[in-house]
Design a protein around this ligand. Sequence first.
Ligand SMILES: [Mg+2]
Length: 372
Amino acid sequence: MKISAVEPFILHLPLTSDSISDSTHSITHWGVVGTKITTTDGLVGYGFTGTHAHLPSDRLITACIRDCYAPLLMGEDASDHQRLWTKLARHPALQWVGRAGITHLALAAVDVALWDLSAKKAGVPLWSLLGGARTEKLEAYNTDIGWLSFSTKALIAGSARAVEQDGFTRIKIKVGHDDPNIDIERLEAVRKRVGGAVRIAIDANGKWDLPTCQRFCARARDLDIYWFEEPMWYDDVASHAALARNTSIPVALGEQLYTVDAFRSFISAGAVHYVQPDVTRLGGVTEYIQVADLALANRLPVVPHAGEMSQVHVHLSYWHPASAILEYIPWIKDHFHEPANVESGIFRRPQQPGASTTPLPQAFERYGKSLG
Ligand SMILES: [Mg+2]
C-alpha cells in the first residue's frame, strides 16, 4: 500500500441552520480542509480537519500538506501509522516551526486519511480495525439546539423538540454572556421546560475568568449541570484546577488542545473531569489514542468534540473503552457517503469500510475552493 499521490482540498460547506454564534465564534460555513491520499494498489483515503471556513488560513493548512508533508509521504507504506506520524510530527525543521497550530491541523488530516486507507484496505469500518465495538449503543448529546445566538424562546423550543420529538436525553447549552445572569435565566427556563431527568451540559467557549465562573457556578448550583465546558481560556491549567477544586459542577475541556502533553498537564493538575479530545486538532487518530489511553489510566471519561462533525469520533467512541457519550452537530451530513447519523439519541454504528471521511463528488463540485 505505497503512497502514490497526496492531494489537499478545501470545502466550505454551508450550515444546515442559519449562521450561529457561541461566546467567541460566529460562522456561516464549516471548513473541511484535508487531503486525498492515493496508493499504488488503487485505494483512496480521505482525512480532514475542521475550520471556520476562513480561506486564507485554510490555505496555510493545505500548503503545509502539499509542500511539507506530501514529499515526506510519497512512496511510503500507508499502513505505517506510528512511524509516519513520527516522521512528520518530529521532522526537525517542521517541529521547529510548529508543534501545534497549522502544522498539527495538517498532520491530523494526513493521519486520518492514512487510517481511512488502512480500514478500506482491510475492508472493515475503522472501529472494527481498531479492535471492535465496546458497546451496542453510543449515546449522543445535542449541541445544535443551544447556540448563544438563539433567543431564549428558540432555545426552549429547540430543547423541547430535541427531547420530546428526537429522543435525546442529553443537550448542551452555550453560555458566556457579558452578564452571566442572562445565562442563568436561560438555563432556568430550559430546565423548567425539559424537566429534571434531562442531562444539561453548558459550554462557555473559553469566555469567562475565574471570579466570573465561581460566581456563576454558585448561582447554577441547583440547576443540576452535567458539566461546565471550556469555562476559561483554553490553555489556563491553574484557573481550571482552581475551579475544579472549588465547585461541584464537573469541568470539561480539550477541544482546543493540540497535544497529548497538553492533556497531561490538565489531567495531572486535576483540572478536568471530562476529557474532550478532537481527532482533527490532535494530530489524528494516532495521537487521539494516546490521549484516550491517558484518560483511561486516570479513570476519566472521554467525550470527544464534534470537530469533524463526529464521523471519526463515532468510530473511536464505539471502540475505545474510556469513551462515554459523543457530541452531535448535524451540519455536514448531506456531503458524505456515511455521515454521523443519530436515531432516537443513539449514533448509528458505521458499516462501510474506512473512517467515514469520504465526501460525495458533488461536495467537491459545489463547495470546493481554490488552494491559491
Ligand atoms: Mg465546546
